[in-house]
Design a protein around this ligand. Structure first.
Ligand code: SAM
Length: 219
């Protein structure tokens, strides 16, 4: 059984301080990082790594995102407790668990079957209830649209039109866009039926978004 001791909480407090030093300001986001035991997503032997501000392999050639990246993307989402959110790229389930601290209404889709199954088991074990889906999320999850917020946790070659159409008016899409080496974090806001704004933030390095509107055409 997973345990969350004072020592773990202390390690998390230190991580939260690092994120604050790097510019994360939203107290609700910092509280969410403090609340989620990141070591639950790691083998016991890698406890130290769980609380370093680094991405880490989770198998299948994929990674659990760096805590700073998770906090930065979550902050950009401007989440309200009533928001319906779509996460593309469930991976370990860590980012999804952070989102669940801020709103109960989270949809998450993962392309890789073994990772999907592992994340579902994690959510069950911890009594968490996101809506989980297996499949290609590069064009969102139209069947459950619209969403107030959409977060993409893999690097995309562009902004799929179908994805922005799944936002409610007033909604926000956070997506890293670029080439295989680096991606710029973008925030797209849907102001009206056919009106969007686009903000650019700094560079990140994600594993590639796969699928129809991603980096491969196998779908
Ligand atoms: N959010 C994750 C976490 O907290 O662990 C990190 C995810 S990892 C950086 C990116 C994930 O996106 C991988 O698990 C990968 O399998 C998934 N992915 C890539 N292309 C996808 C697609 N088209 N649809 C859904 N998931 C995809």
């Amino acid at each position: 059984m997973d345990t969350d001791s004072y020592r773990h909480k202390g390690m998390r407090r230190a991580l939260v301080n690092v994120l604050q030093d790097k510019g994360i300001r939203d107290p609700r986001v910092l509280a969410a990082i403090q609340a989620v035991p990141r070591h639950y997503f790691f083998e016991k032997a890698f406890l130290e790594q769980a609380y370093q501000d680094k991405a880490f392999p989770i198998g299948e050639g994929q990674t659990i995102s760096q805590p700073y990246t998770v906090a930065f993307q979550t902050e950009l989402l401007e989440l309200k407790p009533t928001d319906k959110v779509l996460e593309i790229g469930t991976g370990s389930g860590y980012q999804c668990t952070v989102l669940l601290q801020l709103t109960p209404n989270v949809y998450t889709i993962e392309y890789n079957r073994p990772l999907y199954e592992k994340a579902v088991m994690y959510f069950k074990r911890h009594g968490l209830k996101p809506h989980t889906f297996h499949g290609d999320g590069s064009e969102g999850l139209p069947a459950k649209a619209p969403y107030d917020k959409i977060i993409v946790t893999a690097g995309a070659p562009g902004i799929p039109k179908t994805l922005v159409r799944q936002l409610n008016v007033g909604g926000i899409l956070i997506i890293p866009v670029g080439d295989a080496k680096t991606q710029k974090m973008l925030r797209i806001r849907r102001l009206a039926e056919n009106e969007y704004t686009r903000e650019e933030f700094h560079d990140f390095k994600f594993v590639p978004l796969l699928g129809k509107s991603g980096w491969d055409t196998m779908a």
